[in-house]
Design a protein around this ligand. Sequence first.
Ligand code: BJ8
Length: 426
Amino acid sequence: MADYHKMWEGLGMDLPTHDQLCAALPPAFEQVFLTQEDRPQGMDYFNMVIAEVHGLRIQELLDHKSSGGKIIGSFCIYVPEEIVLALGGIMVGLCAGSEFWVPAGEQVLPRNLCPLIKAGIGAKVSRTCPYFQSVDLVVGENTCDGKKKAWEVLGDMAPTYVMDLPNTKGEAGFALFRKSMADLVEKLEEVTGNRLTFERLLSAIETVDRKRAALQRLYETRKSPNVPISGLDMLLASQVAFYDDADRFISQATALSEECEERVKAGKSVFPAGTKRLLVTGTPIVVPNWKVHKIIETSGAAVVVEENCTGTRYFESRVDVAGARTVVELVDAIAHRYFDRIHCACFSPNEVRADDVVRLVHEYGADGVVGLNLSFCTTYQVESERLRKRLQAEGIPFLPLETDYAPGDEGQLRTRIEAFVESLGR
Ligand code: BJ8
């Protein structure tokens, strides 16, 4: 990585602490990713993105700001990136997956809170995340209790707007969701200084849908009995989708898909024949949280699909624009896509998520399911019991896990995962 200290200084970052973070990432990345054998060549691009995650991409965001564009940060896939894009903005995911940021988060938040929230807020408190330092607005949302209260804390440090989300999926819930979407449009128009037009919104919908289709195409290759790409590499590519320029991501993901499709045709797999195939479901797995995928894939199993917000929930459905003639109708179509098709445990009931897990087990030929939930995520942990019962009824083996970003429980996790994988072979 080139020397970006001047740029980081201009963003008001704590340079000595940030230097520590920059020094820790490359060896961790090398140990997790570069020790894998036979990675697709197309992963070189994604390696580069991570190497430059606080450099090149930040420079691009700042160039965008210099030419009048705005940067919008988000912590949830219910925040519609199509609208940000249509208003000339760039949306970046601010969810943080590093233990590095947790202590700073604990300065202002209780310790018994989900690490995703603590790390996210800690990144801002410690001034060591150039994305957070670059954003013109953070769009939070009323999903889980931890996040909805964290926005109050964050509001003292960064411009923050909260989408008021419902917690049930009926008609009344949709009415509230649609209203929240309209309110967000108004707020984003104010921040960006632009008006939403039909043509720009339609074009943004097409771009974001192409990004989702590119991820879907890549995931499709994992359905093959010969798995052409590891779960770890796929996770990395999915994580990059939340930061990268959309068009560049689409072209790189498409090239990677083509390579994986060739591998499938040639019967080439990155795992030995007979490797057990696992579906991972639960809370989002955000960069640089690679912990459980790494343990699974060095314990004799392969992750072939992720049912979570950094996996299928993010890309599986498209916006249905058929018949839409006005901006309001397009916004409605977006609202339907997000509300009807994203099944988060913050909604109750949420049986449709279990339907998705069962469907995906069959589509991807998974031998078992790992329920991966972050510590103190009450909604997903409570929902885990319903999911367990449903999978038991379907005859699908299930391993519920709860963990955070710290390495302390890796040995224990490995023991449980190895025993689970072994049980699948019996
Ligand atoms: S749509 S899953 S991205 S809210 S922060 S709920 S892990 S305690 S992130 Fe999420 Fe949107 Fe739902 Fe998806 Fe639990 Fe932690 Fe809360 Fe979390």
